[in-house]
Ligand binder design. Structure first.
Ligand code: EPZ
Length: 428
């Protein structure tokens, strides 16, 4: 078992390259099932969620070929099963995208309920509502979602709540349904647009992605394609926050600045400077960190997946900040770990009040989930003394080569093998 060891106090300076978007990749890979052909996907992030999803497809009979670390070719022609067992889906919440893709391919799907991050109730009622409106029966039996249809027919699907996953799953099921599907109150995240562009590259007819109304006209055949995944908005935001928190000066490269607008705005409000270029942003901070209020919302609001990271800045900013979690009902579990490092925080349901403290102090902590783990790294970077972080398997799910990238920026961070106490500074 590995853990991270961080000696805090170093300013982050230099340049960091952002990888492909995790939440786009875990939707696009299952979408390859809709074309019985070869798809070449470029700029794919080298993270364990992607490896898991590729492993699932291989176990279903797909031929997966890694051209290089960030390019794969997937041939789903040989896939002849619509069943995905528990041992495959338990590690990855996004495995439920296989239901929409398998329904779209076989009119059948039998997928074990997903695993993944646990921060409150994660229902799938909107996914099931969408499948049923398209003409499928969908039920949970023996902890598996079982869905089937004679054929899928386009329909109007109103999302009672903005849901990334339900929007994606309905898109996957609808691209080969008969007729027109209209998704209303659709999610507008960058990875929704990326999936729509990928589906259209395969010959689908998806319009309006990025707005709250997506129209999908079903087609009978989808073909292979070559597609490059967008940069990861949340990875980029995480390095932006780390740069500001450590009073550093970092050029975050290979990004789409428009995807980062809400994060840039909040960092400026907290006293950082953010300079935008065509495909990069520079974040620097040489003055005191200021308090601000934060409310997470679906895109284009401030991303919920940036809430823990931003809260580290608020825990050491001058003054009192209020954080309102507008998406998940229990996404403050990480606060207990921040309090171990000296943060002064009160949590009441979906609201947290941060009283900024002079400094955080290093401590043994754990990563409660992927983004909480990222927040603990930022806390360790700014804390006085040494921080050790356990359960870093969560962080490995969504951040490519983060130890190497942070060391290149001047962080004193390395992986340590839990079994023995010999510290192993990361390569490079
Ligand atoms: C996706 O999760 C992301 N995961 C999450 O990122 C992200 O936090 C979330 O979207 C919001 O942006 C992936 O893309 C793999 P939702 P998802 O459906 O699709 C409620 C990360 O760190 N809801 O948009 O599961 C739900 O309870 C991960 O990369 C229903 O009520 O989120 C929540 O309150 C963590 N019924 C809200 O909608 C449903 O059927 C938004 O959830 C589905 C969702």
């Amino acid at each position: 078992m590995e853990k991270l060891v961080i000696h805090g106090g170093n300013r982050l300076t230099g340049e960091v390259e952002i990888s492909g978007a995790k939440n786009a990749a875990v939707a696009i890979i299952p979408a390859t099932l809709l074309a019985q052909d070869v798809c070449r996907i470029e700029n794919i992030p080298n993270i364990s969620d992607v490896v898991t999803m590729m492993h699932i497809l291989s176990s279903m009979g797909a031929v997966v070929h890694y051209i290089n670390k960030h390019t794969i070719e997937v041939d789903t022609k040989p896939v002849n099963s619509y069943i995905v067992p528990h041992e495959m889906t338990k590690k990855l919440r996004a495995s439920y995208y296989l239901i929409g893709a398998l329904l779209g391919r076989f009119n059948r799907a039998k997928v074990s309920l997903p695993g993944g991050c646990n921060f409150g109730v994660r229902p799938i009622d909107l996914h099931i509502k969408g499948f049923e409106l398209l003409g499928a029966t969908a039920n949970v039996e023996n902890a598996m979602i079982v869905a089937s249809a004679d054929h899928l027919t386009g329909s109007s699907v109103y999302m009672d709540k903005v849901s990334v996953g339900a929007t994606i799953n309905v898109m996957l099921a609808a691209v080969k349904a008969r007729g027109l599907t209209i998704i209303e109150n659709a999610a507008k995240e960058p990875h929704i647009v990326d999936l729509a562009n990928f589906l259209n590259a395969m010959g689908a007819d998806v319009r309006g992605a990025g707005t709250d109304v997506i129209k999908i006209r079903g087609v009978t055949h989808l073909h292979g394609c070559t597609y490059s995944i967008i940069p990861d908005q949340i990875e980029a935001g995480t390095y932006m926050v780390a740069a500001a928190a450590t009073k550093g000066d970092v050029l975050v490269k290979n990004v789409i600045p428009k995807h980062l607008e809400s994060i840039s705005a909040k960092l400026v409000e907290c006293g950082a400077q953010v300079i935008e270029y065509d495909d990069a942003v520079r974040v620097r901070c040489d003055g005191p960190l200021k308090r601000c209020n934060l409310k997470t919302m679906p895109h284009p609001g401030f991303p919920t997946d940036m809430q823990p990271q931003m809260s580290v800045i608020l825990s050491i900013a001058n003054g009192t900040s209020l954080v309102s979690e507008g998406v998940w009902d229990n996404r403050f579990r990480y606060v207990d770990q921040l309090i171990r490092m000296g943060a002064n925080v009160q949590v009441d349901g979906t609201i947290a009040v941060f009283q900024g403290v002079e400094e955080l102090t290093g401590a043994p902590v754990r990563a409660d989930d992927l983004r909480a783990g990222a927040a603990m790294i930022i806390a360790g970077l700014v804390a006085r003394g040494t921080t050790e972080i356990e359960d870093i398997i969560y962080i490995d799910r969504g951040y490519e080569d983060y130890v190497e990238k942070l060391r290149d920026l001047g962080a004193d961070i390395y992986r340590k093998d839990f079994r023995d106490d010999t510290a192993q500074p990361a390569a490079g």
